[in-house]
Each structure stands twice: as structure tokens, then as C-alpha cells.
Design a protein around this ligand. Structure first.
Ligand code: NAD
Ligand code: DAU
Length: 350
């Protein structure tokens, strides 16, 4: 199979590319990424010379480029992760999110529709989405299931909800083989330090304030990114056409409790007195439209396809802290902007 993975230079995409390149040496993996601020080819340094891997720089919003790519590469499947992914950026610049997340997704669907015509049964379009499409839960014990009605609140989640609807529409209207998964918050290595966990690790290390929105009482359901990549693998290979799966860690944390745990781990790792890092906690103005609680019911994925998370959160968080402390160069390159030259150095003259 020749598989197009979009957004493979990002956080989750790089873990998915690594998993597919190393687990399926007989499949060809093409990683298409625009290399926005969130795309970093250093995330894939360990597999960039693999015989079954190729990187293509390009924009999914460019319909002609996408059509040409499908024509020349003759893909058998798409795993679509490319997106603008940060809620705060969507609040300040919604149109970018419409272009990449909605128009970009429809461009990919259109190219697949054209080039796979007459062969829809043997081709697959897998769309990677988020639990944020379901909106927010109250403080009780209710969870998002695959039947929960869509109710997005941020421009980011509205754009992802829209792209999910288009993917379903292409399945229902044209008979294309489409699959969607909606996952909760991921954490782990190669996570861009604008998101809560890597930003906090970076700031604690630098003795800078840790910004906590509102009262820190919002709840997220955290999953180790490697477990998300495992879930994508199993869904891609085993799910029925037209199906949707929720993916989650069954691991809810109030932001403030998570940050206190992180501070304790960082104190230990940095040899600081207990309670030292927590002094950096700073309450700041809340995010506009801030969803209170996300929690995923991943029973369907467990019962039908046998997937379960492999790692406990405390262990995973400690592993993540270790990774950031051991990969100071990666973090420095990201925060200084140096990582954006990696493409010119490694790829342009190949
Ligand atoms: P990310 O921001 O780290 O990476 C996104 C990647 O997409 C980057 O490499 C970027 O360069 C690329 N990209 C952006 N615009 C593009 C364009 N126009 N053309 C081609 N490439 C483009 O995101 P992430 O956190 O790895 O998320 C990946 C996917 O998973 C997204 O679709 C996101 O909605 C979804 N998701 C993320 C989480 C999470 O916790 N991070 C949870 C559930 C679902
Ligand atoms: O639920 C899945 C989603 O998780 C993905 O679809 C998104 O792409 C991903 O970015 C993530 O969205 P969140 O908004 O939940 O993640 P973020 O790390 O930005 O914020 C996590 C929580 O922490 C949220 O309640 C906001 C809060 N927060 C965030 C930042 C960056 C803070 O309190 N301070 C911060 O500085």
C-alpha cells in the first residue's frame, strides 16, 4: 500500500508516521506537510532515511497541488492529520482554521473522489479528529460517546466538526470508504510548547510563570500520544467503512491538579525543594468560550477492536518530563525558531 499521511511533521502526525514506517516496511509512507510553525522535521530525524518513507512539502489548501500529487503518487489510502490545532490561535485567527481544517480537508476528499473512482472499496480515507466537536460536559460523570450530538464552541472545534461532516458526506453521497476517530487531549514527546503540558515544562525549567486560565478547574482527559498512534493503526486496518471511534485515556484531570503533579515531578527531576516549582503557578484571564470538561467513553473501540491505553498517566507524565529534559536541543530549537531551517538543510537539494 502507498499511504498518504498529512500533517506528519506535527506532534501526533510524527508519532503516526514513525509507527507506520517502522511497523509496515512493505508499505510506502508519504508524509505531506506544509511545515507551518507547528511542523518540525526534526521530529522525524530517526526515520527520515527509511527506504519506505518520503517527505513532500505542500499545502492541502492548494487544490491543484493536491490533485497533481494524487495523480503522480497513486495513493491507496489517506490518513489525514494536517490541521491548525491550537484553540487559542483559532480565537485570534479563525480564517486560517477554516482554510486548512475545512477547505484543506475537502480538497483531499475531492482528489480521493476523483482518483479513486470505481475503486472506492479498495481505498480508505481516514480522518483524525477531536473530542472537542462534542462541546463541553458538566462536572458529573457523563462521557462523550460516538452518539453524542456535535456542539462545538471554539472556531477550532467548529472547523473540525465541519470537516467531520464533510468526510461523512463523502461516504454517504459518493460511497467512499471513510473512517473518523475523535480523540481526547494527547501528551508526550515532540509536543509543541504552546500547549498546556509542554509549555508548563518549559516555563518551570526557565523559572517563568505557569499561566493557568481562569481558576484551573477545567477538566481534560489525557492520553499518551503513542497510544493514540496505536489506536489509529488498529482503526485504520480494522474499522468498517463509515464508522466512527472515540479514543481516550479514561484519565480526567483538573488543569490545576495536573500542573501541581507536574510541579512535584519537576522539583524532583531538577533537584529543587518540594513546592518550589508550584510557586510559579499564575492565574490569568480565562480562555474565551472555555469548555469546562471533556471525557471520552472509548468502550466501542475496546469492545470492537480490542484497543486499550497501555500507559498509566503518572508514569507517562514522568516519561514526558524526562524526554523534554533529555532533549534540550529540540526544545531550544523550537523556542528559538531554529527548527524551521531543518527543511532547507536536509531536504531542498535532495
Ligand atoms: P500539530 O499542530 O502539532 O500539527 C499539525 C501539522 O499539520 C503540522 O505539522 C503542520 O505543519 C501541518 N499543517 C498545518 N496546516 C497545513 C496545511 N495547510 N497543509 C499541510 N500541512 C499543514 O497538531 P497535532 O496536535 O499533532 O494534531 C494533529 C491532528 O490531530 C489534528 O487534526 C488535530 O485536530 C487532531 N487532534 C489533536 C489532539 C491533541 O491533543 N493534540 C487530540 C485529538 C485530535
Ligand atoms: O481535546 C483534544 C484537543 O486537545 C485537541 O483537539 C487540540 O488540538 C489540542 O490543542 C487540545 O486542546 P486544549 O485546548 O484542550 O489543549 P491546551 O493544551 O491548549 O489546553 C489544555 C487545558 O489547559 C485547557 O483547559 C486550557 C488550559 N490552559 C492552556 C494553556 C495553553 C491553561 O490553563 N494555560 C495555558 O497556558
Amino acid at each position: 500500500m502507498k499511504i498518504l499521511i498529512t500533517g506528519g511533521a506535527g506532534f501526533i502526525g510524527s508519532h503516526v508516521v514513525r509507527r507506520f514506517v517502522t511497523t509496515y516496511p512493505n508499505d510506502q509512507i508519504v508524509n505531506l506537510d506544509k511545515l507551518t510553525y507547528a511542523g518540525n522535521l526534526e521530529n522525524l530525524r530517526d526515520i527520515e532515511h527509511a527506504a519506505n518513507y518520503k517527505f513532500v512539502k505542500g499545502d492541502i489548501v492548494d487544490a491543484d497541488f493536491i490533485q497533481n500529487l494524487f495523480e503522480t503518487e497513486q495513493f491507496d489510502a489517506v490518513i489525514h492529520l494536517a490541521a491548525e490545532s491550537h484553540v487559542d490561535r483559532s480565537i485570534s485567527n479563525p480564517i486560517e482554521f477554516v482554510m486548512t481544517n475545512v477547505v484543506g480537508t475537502v480538497n483531499l476528499l475531492n482528489a480521493a473522489k476523483t482518483f479513486w473512482k470505481g475503486k472506492y472499496d479498495s481505498k480508505r480515507f481516514y480522518h483524525v479528529s477531536t473530542d472537542e466537536v462534542y462541546g463541553t460536559l458538566g462536572e458529573g460523570t457523563e462521557m462523550f460517546t460516538e452518539e453524542t450530538a456535535y456542539d462545538p464552541h471554539s472556531p477550532y472545534s467548529a472547523s473540525k466538526a465541519s470537516s467531520d461532516h464533510f468526510v461523512r458526506a463523502y461516504h454517504d453521497t459518493y460511497g467512499m470508504d471513510c473512517v473518523i476517530s475523535n480523540c481526547s487531549n494527547n501528551y508526550g514527546s515532540f509536543h509543541f510548547p504552546e500547549k498546556l503540558i509542554p509549555l508548563s515544562i518549559h516555563n518551570i525549567k526557565q523559572n517563568k510563570p505557569i499561566p493557568i486560565y481562569g481558576k484551573g478547574e477545567n477538566i481534560r482527559d489525557w492520553l499518551w500520544v503513542v497510544d493514540h498512534a496505536r489506536a489509529i493503526d488498529v482503526i485504520f486496518h480494522k474499522a468498517k467503512s463509515g464508522s466512527t471511534y472515540n479514543i481516550g485515556g479514561h484519565n480526567e484531570w483538573k488543569n490545576i491538579d495536573l500542573i501541581r503533579l507536574l510541579c512535584r515531578i519537576m522539583d524532583k527531576k531538577l533537584g529543587r525543594a518540594e513546592g518550589e516549582s508550584a510557586k510559579l503557578i499564575t492565574y490569568v484571564t480565562d480562555r474565551a468560550g472555555h469548555d469546562l470538561r471533556y471525557a471520552i467513553d472509548a468502550t466501542k473501540l475496546k469492545n470492537e477492536l480490542g484497543w486499550e491505553p497501555s500507559l498509566q498517566f503518572e508514569e507517562g507524565l514522568e516519561k514526558t518530563v524526562d524526554w523534554y529534559l533529555e532533549n534540550e536541543k529540540w526544545l531550544n530549537n523550537v523556542t528559538s525558531g531554529n527548527y524551521q531551517h531543518y527543511y532547507e538543510e536536509q531536504y531542498q537539494n535532495r
